[in-house]
Design a protein around this ligand. Structure first.
Ligand code: SAH
Ligand code: SF4
Ligand code: F3S
Length: 456
């Protein structure tokens, strides 16, 4: 097979899990001799890594696909792939809807891309959506960033939140071994990466399905154990993790975060609703009181920790009063960042079949009210940074002002300051904050940590 000078393009929708999968699939394609093309219209192979968390995410895919399917009529050797969560959800039905497709592959098959493509190049139309044990990927991911990397620690989700497609599309929980995770982090450290975000849809479930002891006889079957196990990886300066589930979040984990210097003081713990009745109908397994206790405990150990979350408005049957409890929780906690969404009925989920669906109007009205409050509270939270010295890990140039670089504080606030990206990329810089906005900061560089020559 001659793949030389063949180009590929990947567009990724959805969450960090999909981004991490795309990076691995790009690595596999490059290993096969494909070269990256930013423009899908110049590519010989197009892969859409899709998301089906809400209907609008799914519809976007169909409009992108339609355009490329047309192109395939003029260029029959174009290879068209749908991967990710829509692929898993729709399976064969996608082929009926878009017969031009060559390959439909669920997220559990990402690491098998090379094998699957082989079948396509042999002339088959392939659907790979059956549940499989996820094998370790042996090629090198093509990473978007060279500073900060995602590392999957657990795939799948065993929860059954009544609104959510993820368990249907991502399959059952499967933890990677601590050794595989540590080896990957050591490699990232050697390559010059500075930050790692450990990923799982329900990361607190990490380790439940493992034997519980490492080959060297170390007891290890929780996320907390894993943090202690990987904490000293050379070169990695910061460790983050997401997403946490309030049902399983432990004080032991909070203590570890307070104790381990590389673990950043940022917690992403979705609460979804501030009302206990709604939480119950969502099958979330906690009350708003429990959620508040978790945040209180985090703040006892780390008073300055930043807290982010996800919330849904307009869940079936949500009354105005119940929605106001969500507003109240947001008011009381003061999130640094909150991802908000209007409830979207999803195929194969229980809540989608319930009678008490709310009108689009009510949902969008609630969403606007919540977003307004989120912006106000985040702006208040940002005030505490004013005049302070923050450590920023420089990731990139500011796309809107080339004289500036941008990076994140330990608390995950996007921060801009004057500087040359060639000199500063991947450096930890002490920055004095001079301007604050709801979701970002601006400052002046004071000192570059570990810089060899250039002290600003
Ligand atoms: N595993 C994480 C997040 C999963 S999906 C968790 O348990 O919190 C990311 C976010 O999408 C969810 O937190 C939820 O806020 C939102 N979401 C999921 N299903 C949704 C739906 N049907 N409609 C609207 N938002 C949804
Ligand atoms: Fe979906 Fe719930 Fe699993 Fe999160 S924990 S991925 S919301 S089922
Ligand atoms: Fe979307 Fe799948 Fe992630 S549905 S949010 S890409 S797990």
């Amino acid at each position: 097979m001659t793949t030389l000078s063949r180009h590929y393009h990947i567009t990724t929708f959805g969450c960090q899990m999909n981004k991490a999968d795309s990076e691995r699939m790009a690595g596999i394609l490059e290993d096969m001799g494909f070269e990256w093309s930013e423009d899908p219209n110049q590519a010989d192979l197009i892969l859409y890594n899709t998301c089906s968390i809400r209907d609008n995410a799914e519809q976007k895919v169909y409009s992108y696909l339609g355009r490329q399917a047309k192109r395939k009529h003029e260029q029959p050797d174009l290879t068209l792939i749908v991967a990710g969560c829509v692929a898993q959800q729709e399976g064969e039905a996608l082929l009926r809807r878009v017969p031009e497709l060559d390959l439909v592959m669920g997220p559990q098959h990402a690491n098998r891309l090379k094998d699957l493509l082989q079948q396509v190049f042999d002339g088959n139309q392939v659907v790979a959506t059956e549940p499989v044990h996820i094998m370790e990927d042996i090629t090198k991911p093509r990473r978007d960033s060279h500073v900060s990397a995602w590392v999957n620690v657990i795939y799948g989700c065993n929860e059954r939140c009544t609104y959510c497609v993820v368990p249907n599309v991502r399959g059952v929980e499967q933890s990677r071994t601590p050794q595989a995770i540590r080896t990957q982090m050591e490699e990232l450290g050697r390559l010059g990466f500075k930050e790692v975000t450990l990923l799982g849809q329900n990361i607190d479930a990490y380790g439940r399905d493992l034997p519980g002891v490492t080959p060297e006889g170390r007891h290890l079957n929780t996320l907390t154990d894993l943090l202690y196990y990987v904490h000293d990886v050379p070169g990695i300066e910061r460790i983050r993790f997401a997403t946490s589930h309030p049902r399983y979040f432990t004080e032991r984990l909070i203590k570890a975060c307070a104790e381990l210097p590389k673990v950043c003081e940022h917690f992403h713990i979705p609460f979804q609703s501030g009302d206990n009745e709604v939480l119950k109908r969502m099958s979330r397994g906690y009350t708003h009181e429990k959620y508040r206790r978790i945040i209180d405990t985090i703040r006892q150990y780390m008073p300055d920790a930043s807290i982010s979350a996800d919330a849904i408005v307009g869940f079936p049957g949500e009354t105005e009063e119940q929605f106001e409890k969500t507003l109240k929780l947001v008011e009381d906690i003061g999130f640094d960042q909150l991802n908000t969404a209007a409830y979207s009925p999803r195929p194969g989920t229980p809540a989608a079949t319930w009678d008490e669906q709310l009108s689009e109007e009510t949902k969008s009205d609630r969403l606007q009210r919540l977003n307004y409050l989120v912006g106000t509270k985040a702006a208040e939270r940002s005030q505490r940074y004013m005049g302070r010295m923050e450590e920023v890990l420089v990731e990139d140039q500011n796309p809107k002002d080339k004289t500036q670089v941008m990076g994140r504080t330990r608390g995950n606030r996007l921060t801009f300051f004057a500087g040359d990206i060639k000199e500063l990329k991947g450096k930890l810089v002490k920055v004095r904050i001079t301007e604050v906005r709801a979701f970002s900061l601006t400052g002046e560089p004071v000192e570059v940590r570990k810089a060899v020559h250039s002290l600003i």
